[in-house]
Ligand binder design. Structure first.
Ligand code: CA
Length: 230
């Protein structure tokens, strides 16, 4: 029998922590809540959580700092983390994602969204990362890294090296939001000219060349981009 997944919650607002606990308990998870950064961080580093819900605005230590410390510890460096943020805190979301958080939920949130995000992240953790060289097929888009080739509706489209790398990077993890900085890091290497800003221009070109399939590449306002998960 599979044991119940343990979800830790670090959230100083009692009613929000309670709402999280209530909804996630109904889904069959074991929940532990921590009202402050210090006790939460200690528990995460010592015990074995399966997933962490982390409020960014905490007294004492910020959620971003907690995230950094969790990622710096070899035992917890791949612990799934979902940040809890207030609406309008896109800059914090971007920093959190770049600090290693996997996803975020903006408050106020619906239980449906919460449960879906948690389940999706736990599911992802069970799946191995696709191989860099594996072919990817999503809807009418086929990506062949070995041949450096992209087909839409069976027809080859002509992409620049950077456009190909960006598309491949996003399509390897459909549904994940990546910041411009993360995309730059992922495709850098031989191509040092790439900047955060130029990513936006690359996206325009990429979408145009992909035709109707270009809509799979979604802009997440103030945060970055994702390949839409079907
Ligand atoms: Ca808070």
């Amino acid at each position: 029998m599979q044991s119940r997944k343990q979800i830790f919650i670090i959230e100083d607002e009692e009613d929000i922590a309670e709402l999280l606990r209530f909804n996630l308990s109904l889904e069959g998870y074991d929940i532990k809540t921590f009202p402050d950064a210090e006790s939460g961080l200690q528990a995460v580093l010592k015990e074995s959580a399966d997933l962490l819900l982390l409020d960014l605005m905490l007294p004492g230590m910020s959620g971003l700092e907690i995230c950094r410390q969790i990622r710096a510890d070899h035992k917890t460096k791949s612990l799934p983390i979902i940040m809890l943020t207030a609406k309008g805190e896109e800059a914090d979301i971007v920093r959190g994602l770049e600090m290693g958080a996997d996803d975020y939920i903006t408050k106020p949130f619906s239980p449906k969204i919460l449960n879906a995000r948690v389940a999706a992240l736990l599911r992802r953790e069970n799946k191995h990362m696709p191989d860099q060289s594996s072919d990817i097929m999503i809807n009418n888009v086929q990506i062949h890294p070995g041949r450096h080739e992209v087909l839409v509706d069976g027809k080859k489209i002509d992409l620049t090296h950077s456009e190909f790398q960006i598309l491949h990077f996003l399509a390897m993890r459909p549904g994940w939001v990546f910041t411009r900085g993360q995309i730059v890091d992922a495709i850098r290497g031989e191509n040092y000219a790439v900047t955060d800003r130029s990513i936006d221009f690359q996206m325009v070109g990429l979408r145009k060349k992909m035709g109707s399939a270009g809509e799979y590449i979604e802009t997440v306002r103030g945060v970055g981009y994702k390949f839409r998960e079907e």
